[in-house]
Write a protein that binds this ligand. Structure first.
Ligand code: ATP
Length: 301
């Protein structure tokens, strides 16, 4: 069964077309990165999946059910949600906050201490939330989202405020959840480093699907070049490559279509004077920028 299925989904708010004909399918254990500029429609997509709002047109199914229907309330037990800019009752301790949410979700409160430990908040469990740093509040938000071992986890900007090690720990935890069969959707503006933790990316621009697929799929769709960084003395490149070379400080850069990467590598490997060579593939950030800018250029023309 598909865990999430959106078919031709439209969402309009008074005069604003927040989503336009969006299709999305997610299988069990998939991790999807949902990316887009401010106002692109990411939070709207998450709210539709949670059943907090209904679609203007099209169909939303979560575990095969329409999440807005009263009879689909039981789905909430299977969902974990971390909203952007999470806020808690400041006068309660971290443990009390988590126990409060556990009660709302019908989860045994005995699991709360273990969850606080998982997010590195054991030592602060009995301190009031008003004394927590921004990153600690975010960790508490994550613990709340993980209550009850959700089967579908929706995370809006989960790494905001987390330091680099906490961010790595967070992604390791996502990997573990994936191995246990949990499906994850995460929205983030922080793209560097995310690619190795997601199976697929979906890029939204002004409510429209601009691209969807694995990193490899997106590279093929975007057709951005691979860049060779060449280091060495008095390099004399084959004539057809020499015309494409640009010098930048002590290195020479050569951009070639992805399909020509291996042939170029073979041509360069025996080059006299070549000391070192690095190949830079288009990153998720490069691809994101490409798709967003292509949409803008299309609108301007
Ligand atoms: P951000 O990265 O800034 O969080 P987002 O991709 O999550 O942005 P959404 O919050 O989904 O974007 O908003 C998509 C569009 O819908 C925006 O133009 C926004 O102004 C509009 N919108 C969202 N909620 C409402 C609402 N309740 N009433 C009117 N317009 C809304």
């Amino acid at each position: 069964m598909k865990i999430v299925e959106l078919q031709q989904v439209e969402k309009h708010y008074q005069g604003v077309k927040a989503l336009h004909q969006l299709d999305l399918e997610l299988k069990q254990g998939e991790v999807l990165g949902l990316f887009g500029h401010n106002g692109a429609g990411k939070t709207t997509t998450i709210k539709l999946i949670l059943g907090l709002i209904g679609a203007t047109a099209g169909q939303v199914r979560v575990f095969g059910e329409d999440p807005t229907l009263p009879e689909a309330r039981h789905l909430r037990q299977k969902l974990g949600f971390l909203q952007e800019n999470v806020a808690f009752y400041d006068q309660l301790t971290g443990l009390e906050v988590l126990q409060y949410f556990a009660r709302l979700k019908g989860v045994a409160k005995q699991s709360c201490l273990g969850l606080l430990e998982q997010v590195g908040l054991s030592a602060a469990a009995k301190r009031r939330v008003k004394t927590y740093s921004k990153g600690m509040r975010q960790r508490l938000g994550l613990a709340q989202a993980l209550l009850g071992e959700p089967k579908l986890l929706l995370l809006d900007e989960p790494t905001v405020g987390l330091d680099p090690i906490a961010t790595k720990d967070f992604y390791r935890r996502i990997d573990q959840l994936k191995q246990q069969g949990c499906t994850v959707i995460l929205c983030s503006h922080v793209l560097p480093g995310v690619e190795k933790y997601i199976d697929r990316a979906l890029i939204l621009g002004q409510g429209q699907l601009l691209a969807q697929g694995s990193l490899q799929d997106l590279r093929q769709q975007a057709d951005l070049p691979a860049t060779f960084h060449l280091h060495g003395e008095d390099l004399v490149l084959p004539e057809h490559l020499a015309a494409q070379v640009q010098s930048d400080g002590g290195e020479q850069q050569l951009a070639v279509p992805l399909a020509e990467k291996m042939t170029t590598l073979q041509q360069l490997s025996g080059l006299p004077g070549l000391r070192n060579l690095e190949i830079q593939m288009p990153s998720l950030e490069d691809l994101y920028t490409h798709f967003i800018e292509s949409q803008r250029a299309g609108e301007a023309s």
